[in-house]
Structures are given as C-alpha cells and as structure tokens.
Write a protein of this length. Structure first.
Length: 411
C-alpha cells in the first residue's frame, strides 16, 4: 500500500503543478488580450453614447442623436430598454479611456468570479484548468467575443448564475430579483422565471412569484415609456437586428437555418422567410424530444439539474444568442459529464473539444466552413442530446436518482 501510494502522490503533485502552469498561461493570455482590445469595445461605445444622449435630453434610440452625443457617426443603434441606462450613465461621466478600462476590468473580474462560482457550487469535481479553459475559449471563445465587443453578456451571465445559485439554495426571492435584473438588458432571460414553477423536494411551485417577476420586468422595461423620462423616445425593438443574420458572430438556430437555405440555392429573402417559418417548428421538435429528460427532472426535483438543463435548452432555442451568449453554457458539459469524462484526463479532453474552435481563433487560424462556423450550436445540440438520452441509455431511472440528488444536497 505504501509503495503504491508514493507514485500516486507524486503523480497527483505533477498534475497539480501542470494545472497551476496552465492557469498561469490562461491568466497571462487574458491580461494580454485585455491590453490589446480595451480600446475596441464597439458595443460599449454605443452604450456610452446612449447614456450621454440621455443625460443631454436627447433620444438615445435615434441614430442622429447618438451621433451628436458621440461626436461622430455611429454604426450601431442602442438596443436595450431605458432602465439599462442607469448602469452606464455613471461611466459616461468618465473620460473615454477610463470608462473603457473600467468596463472591461469589471467584466474580467466577473469572468474570474464566475469560474470560482461554478467550481464551488455547480461542478466541484471539475479540474480548475479544464473549467477555466472552457470558460475562456469554449464555444469559439464566447467570453473573448464579449470582452472585445464590450457587450453586456458577461454581466448578464454573472447575474443569471448568481440567480441559479440562489435557486439551488432555495432563496427564491433573491433568484427572482436577479433574473429580473438580468432581463432588464435583453428581455429573453425572463424565460428563467419558469423555474419558479418547478417543485423541488423542499419547495413548492410558486406561480404568484412567477407572475410578480414577469410584471416587474414589464414595468421596469416598458414603464419609462408610459410615464417617465423616456416618454418621448422612440422604441428600441425596431432596431433589434434580424435573428437570421448569418455568420460566426451569430451561430444561432435561425442563422443556421438561413445558411442552410442559402446553400440549397434559395435567394436571400426567401432563405430568411424559410428560416423564420422553420425555426418555431424546430423549437417545438426540440422540446418534444426533450420531454423524457424534463419528465425525469420533474420527478427528481433536483435544483442543480434543472438549472443546468434550463441553461442548455435556453441557448438552443434563443432566436439570437450571439457568439457571446454561449458563455452561459460553460459549466454545463462538465456538470453532466459521465465517466470517463468526470475524471481529470476526461475533463481535459472534453474541455479541449469545447475550446478547439476558440483556440484556433486565438491563434488567428479560424475555419470558415459552415459546420465550423455553427459548431457552437452543433456542439450544444450534441451535448443536449447526450443529456436527454445518455442517462436513459445507462439505465438510470428517476426514482434511483432522487436519493443520490438528496445525498448531494445534504453533502
């Protein structure tokens, strides 16, 4: 026993040192990426222009007023509800360079905090390096897309996973508040309030709290137009780009359907109409094939499984998650990973598969074929199918999983 344990301890130390070296390399890359991209952040520059326009009494949804506030012509409109401006108005008072640095530093800190949260609450058995690699480079470098663009996706992801943590801890009021806050930017996170309708072992379904959350989102996002400072502003929904905008910046289901129709030779307008008609059908089909898994979840009443499943299904059916929206999925494959992917070597292999496209992009070697461009969507679909049918194929029943879930919560 002593002879065997010596080499085992040595191997464990070597693996630990290699993981530390890997984390150091990821941190170094993140620092250099920060320095090289802090002055880009085109989305954040729009947020600043919108905040300055609002402070000056202009319409932040009018492109001409945005240009006046920015001091130059702007290429992109402001897309979020008026309530979101409360976040950016204080930053708009800073010099441009300081505002850009503050915003990116804030989101970088959130990204690091997310990795720590995922490790401690959702995937405690995951290797730090595998989790950090997936968070940074997974799904075509979703986190890096967000940092470079200056989008709000990392903040939205942090709010949602903080909400999920509260859901797991049965703090449903805090969960509702955090989801409502996240939905004040892109509205679609409202869908996660449906988790309030899920009964857990020690918590009932709460339709009243769900209704309150939906009403709160409607009041916060639409109220300023009815009676408030935004009453004279134009609407933001008319500026939302089309969901079937194709390319690696938007590897969504509608965009993939549009690209597929174009490959069959349909004209642009026809391809878009085909995608618009096919998307709801695909969503219904996806939900239909997911019903066995959802039924198991309903019986098991395991909060963590509900959260991880909801995050995966949400990204699949979202009409326009954009590249950075896939960051929400970072811990999900490691959460559900079966043997042998629940061991260090298997986790590393899984992380490399999920990060391969992002690593290629970071090395300036992107591949532009449709299968690779839409690999974030295809990988997510493959993972979801493994989640839906994998446990059934291994012979796991809902009734046998409930004691294990209860033991995990008590531990």
């Amino acid at each position: 026993m002593t002879i065997a344990s010596g080499p085992a301890r040595a191997a464990h130390r070597v693996i630990g040192l290699l993981q530390l070296a890997g984390l150091a390399l990821l941190a170094l890359y993140l620092v250099t990426y920060f320095a090289g991209n802090v002055h880009l952040q085109w989305d954040f520059k729009v947020y600043l222009a919108a905040a300055r326009a609002a402070r000056a009494g202009l319409d932040p949804y009018a492109m001409s007023d945005l240009g006046k506030a920015a001091g130059r012509a702007v290429a992109f409109p402001f897309l979020y509800p008026p309530i979101s401006l409360l976040l950016w108005i204080p930053l708009a008072a800073l010099p441009a360079g300081a505002a850009l640095t503050t915003w990116m530093a804030f989101k970088t800190a959130l990204l690091v905090g997310l990795v720590v949260l995922w490790k401690r609450v959702f995937v405690p058995r995951a290797a730090w390096f595998a989790l950090a690699l997936t968070a940074l480079f997974g799904w075509n470098g979703a986190a890096l897309w967000d940092l470079r663009a200056g989008n709000v996706a990392i903040l939205e992801t942090a709010l949602l996973w903080a909400a999920f943590t509260c859901f797991v801890a049965r703090r449903r009021t805090a969960f509702t508040v955090l989801v409502v806050t996240a939905a004040c930017f892109k509205l679609l996170p409202t869908a996660f309030l449906l988790l309030l309708l899920v009964p857990l072992d020690d918590a009932r379904s709460e339709p009243p709290r769900f209704a309150i959350g939906v009403i709160a989102i409607a009041a916060l996002t639409l109220g300023p137009w009815l009676a408030g400072p935004a009453a004279g502003w134009s609407g933001f929904l008319r500026h939302v780009p089309l969901a079937h905008m194709a390319g690696d910046a938007n590897p969504s289901l509608p965009a993939a359907l549009t690209t597929l129709a174009l490959r069959f030779g349909f004209p642009d307008a026809t391809a878009m109409r085909i995608a618009e008609m096919a998307w709801p059908f695909c969503v219904l089909l996806l939900i239909a094939v997911s019903l066995p898994h959802l039924r198991r979840l309903w019986i098991e009443r395991d909060a963590r499984r509900w959260v991880a499943s909801a995050a995966c299904l949400y990204v699949l059916v979202a009409p326009r998650p954009m590249a950075y929206g896939f960051l929400l999925l970072a811990p999900v494959p490691l959460f559900f990973s079966p043997a042998p992917f629940d061991r260090p070597a298997g986790q590393m292999l899984l992380a490399l598969v999920l990060s391969a496209q992002g690593l290629a992009r970071a090395a300036h070697q992107p591949v532009e074929t449709p299968l690779v461009v839409y690999s974030p969507l295809l990988l997510t679909f493959a993972i979801w199918m493994l989640i839906v049918y994998g446990r059934a194929a291994r012979g796991e029943s809902a009734t046998s999983a409930r004691p294990a879930a209860a033991a995990a919560r008590s531990g």
